[in-house]
Each structure stands twice: as C-alpha cells, then as structure tokens.
Design a protein around this ligand. Structure first.
Ligand code: F6R
Length: 617
C-alpha cells in the first residue's frame, strides 16, 4: 500500500526536506507502488512534483526541474485504488488555492458524496482520486490553524486513512492523522519525521512515537503535539526502534511472508470496504457489465493458477450455494487447450494477484474470443488482466512481496464471495436479509483472523519440531479440501517438503496407503454446527489414519471437543459460518509453512525456482 513520509526541519530553507523525503520513499519502495510525488513548503508557497511509475521517474523530473529550498516536505508512493496510476492521480493533491497539499494512504469511502458537495460549491476537481477532496476540504476548513482544520475534516471522512498535510502559511508545520491505517512519528534533533512505517525515517532516527487511532499529530522542528479528534491532548507513547534498516522494511517481521500473513485482517477488511451502500446493499461499481447480461449467465468458469485457483475452488462452493449457477474451476493453462464450452452466457472469472500471469491472461483472451464475459479479480492495479477483461473487482490486499501468496488468497476469496453475493442479490436467489447476514459474518472475519494470529504459538512450535520430516499430508472436505491443497502448496513452495492435499473422502480410495508410523497429517475439520454430518465423517477419517500410525495435526473450531481424543495436536480457530471457515482455517497452515521454512534456514520470501509473477506460459 501507499508509502508516506513527512519532514519538518530548520527554518532556514535548504535541500534537506527533499532529500529526507526522497530517501524515505526509496526505503518504502518495497510496499509496491505505481506513482510517486512530493510537496515542499518554501518561502514562496507550496511546490510539488509527481510522476507515474517508479521513483526513478520522479528523480528524473526533479533533475529536469529542480525544486527550490524548503523548510518542510511530504512525499508519497501511491498504490492506485481510486483512479488509474497517472501523473494527475499521483499524490500530493493540492487545494484549488494551492495553499494546502495532502497525501493519503487508505480509501475514503464517502468521497463520492464529498466530491458532489465540493462540485456543487464550485470547486473543480482535477483528479479521479478519493484523496483530492481532502485538500479542498482542508482549505475550506483552514482558519489559521492546520491542526484544527485536520480535526474538522477527519471527522467527516469514512473509510481508512492516514493523511499528511502542509500549508503554505505554516512553513514550520506538518500535520498528520490516522484512522485504521498506520502512521509513526520519528523524533530528531531540531527536526521531526512522519512515516507510514519506521522504514521511512530509520536512516535518521530510531526514536519513535506511535500515533493512536483517530488522533492528529502536529510536528514542528522542536515539538510533537498529539490530540484526539475532539482536540483533547494525548500523552504520547515513545519507544526506541530496535530493528536494523532492512528489517524495518518488513515492519519488524523476519520475512515478508510473515508480515503478509499478519497483514491478513487488513487485507480482508480493505477488500470489503466501500462496497456497500447506506442501505446495506452491495454496490460493486467496478463491475461495469450490463445487469441484464449477468442475469442471463448460465455458467461461471473460474480460471486461475496456483493459490489463486484454490481461492476459486473455495468460492465455487459458496457461489453455487448462493446463486444456483454451476461453477467450474479450471487451471488457466488447461482451459484453452481442452476446447471448453464457452458462449455469451458464460461468465469467466479470472483470479490473479499480479494480474500478469501469462497462463491466466491467455485464458482470458480465449474466453473473450469465444464470446464470454470476463471479470477479473486482481490485486495489482494497472496490470494486464484487468485491462483485457470486461470488468474488474480489485482485491485490496496491498502489495504482496513474498513469492508465496498468503494475504492475496484471503482477499481473493473475500472478493469472490462479494461477487457471489452480488449475483445472488441481482438474480434474487437470496433474500436481502440473508445476504446482510452473510455480510455481517464476513465483517467479523478480520477480528477472527487476528485471534488466530494471536494464538499461533503452538503452530510455530509444531513447525520447528517437524522441520526434518520428509513429507506432510493435508486432508479436508467440502471447503476444507481446497484449504488442504493450499496448505500443501505452501509447504512445498517454501520448505521444499513433499506435501499433498486430499479430499478426506478420497482417503480410502488410495491415499490411505501412504500412512505409516509417524506420518504427519493435517486435517481441516468442518464445524460441528454445520450441515450434513460432515463433521462426524471427518472425525472418522482422523480415527482411521491415527489407527494406522499417523501423527495428526488437527485444525478445528473452538470448542470442538470431539477431535481431542484423536489429535496429537489441535489448533483451534474461532467459530464462523461454514462457507467462511477457509478464511480462518488456512492461517495456521500458512504459519506452519513459514515457520518450518525459517527453522530450516531457508529463504522464506524467495524460494528457489519461483518468481512472484509468472509472465511466461
Ligand atoms: C503460490 C503462488 C502461486 C500463484 C500463481 C498465480 O503461493 O504464489 O501459485 O498463486 O502463480 O499467480 P497470480 O495470482 O499472480 O496470477
């Protein structure tokens, strides 16, 4: 997601503000971005520069047209959400009077209403972003005090945001605020810093302060003042950063994968954000496919590879159940070579984190040639697959750096569920209150993922203990089956251990022959409160393999005491609706793989032979 840097220093104008901010942006590059920009406060007012593409483009622009000496600066790397990654949409955004500059990380959900309000009052908006409204609102609210203006505006915003602002009249001040999105203060000598994480300023100071939820911070060269949205002063919490600069880029985690596993509550929450209207109805504005076309769809084919295909397999259960439309899930590289039956009534859903996977892109092209409507579920803005599709539903997982996909998987399932519910709403296969209930359950998922993360000690312990095992099997049933395959894929990819995922019901048709004394087997157990006695069938499976010597590692719902007699280890996850359970059950499997690979001393983020985005067929 977007990187944010702020700096205020000595009041003799110089080049340091720009240098600090550009250095910070370079350290935040790992987050992934598609444009970058800076704004400086100079004795002659605000100046700014911004460019689409990599930081090098902005550097070249600054070489071509150097900016004057300054006393304060803000800088931004943007991961596009609203509006394409262009120069115009890059941050900072300036108010119409050019007196306020703003940068933003997050999504302002009510920006459509705020835009309309500004337009009606005669303000001309120059970008497609949700952020620009904040610059205009701040300019209107400004009455000689930027902090008060920020408090006033922040209270009007819905969604998630970290915002930094500077004003031409306040050359010694940078103001920041946050709601559900991080912002950290760096404390210097005669200068102070702000960053979306400490990587932004770790080269200058390790003394930091965390900003709490719904607080506003005002930085001058010699002071840091924090207030809540009502203006009440807040006692700051100071700490010393003990990471080195490279670890800080991973937010203090040992690997990007570990960090991204911990990002998952946000990945799901952000993917849900902004997709409901005030009446609680799903509004997927991005899906610009005629509703009449979607009403007459008689088949859905999900095309994807690897983890994204497993996300599709999870979604199949839900979409068929909610929409009563047959859903096929096809590995993208198999799809076009088997002469698939595709026509104008087929909706092809292409799922991809990178949006660049060549196999998936080729499947998209083939489907469109056959007359299908193609909808992409993609994480990376500006990538090829959404460009070549009829519609796109973006996941908002943020940049995924580790080769092994984790948070994108959860975000893909979430987005596919939104699509399923949207189709159910459109086609009337579910009552509005049933859809609302599922959405309520979905909204509880981020907190429940956090509970799984907080209770991960025993999984980590088991992983270290098993670091030398030659093979691990994974069993699941119903939505637990693709979860089992995903768990196996994670272990293969990063720990180089032979691993296989099976449908638990298939066990006695062959795979049970693999069970011998000590063979570790993960079993994903369905909820005991679910339908169709699936739970008791899987508990029987555990007994069958345990009787043959397997070491059983059971992922079960909190309070499921039936599994205890047959589990060598049990990892409980919170209770949720059966169809949503994969969003929780997969997390211990991800942690197991990550921890085991680390215990083996392997490069968790860059496993051998693999690339993050596979752009060849
Ligand atoms: C597994 C993994 C891969 C990708 C697959 C598709 O951890 O990362 O299996 O899921 O290569 O990539 P995208 O989603 O970018 O199309």
């Amino acid at each position: 997601m977007c990187g944010i840097v702020g700096y205020v220093g000595p009041q003799t104008p110089g080049s340091r503000p720009l240098e600090v901010v550009m250095g910070g942006l370079a350290r935040l590059e790992y987050r992934g971005y598609d444009s970058a920009g800076v704004a400086l406060v100079t004795p002659h007012g605000l100046v700014s520069a911004k460019k689409a593409g990599k930081l090098a483009n902005l550097v070249a622009e600054l070489d071509r047209e150097p900016l004057p000496a300054a006393t304060a600066a803000i800088g931004h790397t943007r991961w596009a959400t609203h509006g394409a990654p262009t120069d115009r949409n890059a941050h900072p955004h300036l108010s119409a009077d050019q007196r306020v500059a703003v940068i933003h990380n997050g999504i302002i959900e009510n920006f459509v209403q705020l835009r309309a309000e500004l337009t009606e009052s005669g303000v001309q908006l120059l970008s497609d972003t949700d952020t620009e409204v904040v610059a205009h609102l701040l300019a209107r609210a400004y009455d000689g005090d930027l902090t008060t203006a920020m408090r006033t505006v922040a209270r009007r915003l819905h969604g998630t945001f970290t915002l930094l602002a500077v004003h031409a009249d306040a050359p010694d001040t940078v103001v920041g605020t946050r709601h559900d999105s991080p912002l950290v203060v760096g404390l210097g000598e005669g200068e102070n810093f702000l960053g979306s994480d400490v990587a932004a300023f770790i080269a200058h100071t390790r003394e930091a302060m965390e900003l709490g939820q719904d607080q506003v911070v005002t930085l001058t060269p010699s002071s840091v003042e924090i207030v809540d949205f009502d203006g009440n002063p807040i006692a700051p919490k100071r700490y010393t950063v003990d990471w080195d600069a490279s670890a800080a880029e991973k937010g203090g985690f040992r690997s990007f994968m570990d960090k991204e596993i911990h990002d998952q509550p946000h990945a799901v929450a952000d993917t849900l954000l902004g997709r409901l209207d005030p009446a609680g109805r799903l509004v997927l504005d991005e899906i610009r496919v005629d509703e009449a076309v979607l009403r007459q769809i008689d088949k859905i084919i999900v095309v994807a590879c690897g983890t994204a295909a497993y996300a599709g397999q999870v979604a199949k259960y839900a979409i068929e159940h909610w929409c009563r439309i047959p859903v096929e899930v096809e590995l993208a590289h198999e799809f076009r070579y088997r002469d698939p039956i595709v026509n104008g009534k087929t909706l092809v859903v292409a799922v991809s984190q990178s949006g660049e996977t060549m196999d998936t892109l080729m499947a998209v092209r083939h489907a469109r040639e056959q007359g299908a409507t193609v909808l992409a579920i993609v994480n990376t803005h500006g990538s090829t697959i959404p460009r070549e599709s009829d519609a796109v539903l973006y996941t908002h997982a943020g940049p995924e750096v580790a080769v092994a996909s984790t948070k994108a998987f959860l975000a893909q399932i979430t987005a596919a569920y939104l699509l399923g519910l949207y189709l159910a709403q459109l086609r009337g296969t579910k009552f509005p209150d049933e859809i609302a209930e599922i959405l309520d359950d979905l909204r509880e998922i981020p907190d429940k993922i956090q509970e799984v993360l907080d209770a991960a000690g025993p999984v980590r312990h088991a992983a270290v203990e098993m670091k030398d095992v030659p093979s691990v099997l994974f069993l699941g049933r119903h939505v637990g089956f693709p979860v089992a395959m995903e768990g196996a894929l994670k272990l293969k990819e990063i720990a180089y251990i032979h691993a296989e995922g099976f449908a638990a019901g298939e066990l006695k048709h062959g795979p049970i022959a693999l069970i011998e004394e000590g063979q570790p087997v993960f079993i994903i157990v369905p909820s005991p409160h679910g339908r169709d006695s699936l739970h008791s069938k899987v508990v029987s499976n555990i007994q069958e393999i345990r009787a043959r010597g397997a070491r059983t590692l059971v992922v079960a719902e909190e309070g499921d005491l039936d599994v205890l007699p047959f589990a060598d280890r049990v990892f409980f996850v919170p209770r949720t609706a059966s169809l949503l359970a994969p969003l929780l059950a997969v997390v211990p499997l991800q942690i197991f793989a990550c921890e085991l690979a680390a215990a083996k001393g392997l490069d968790v983020d860059q496993p051998r032979n693999l690339a993050k985005s596979v752009t060849v067929e």
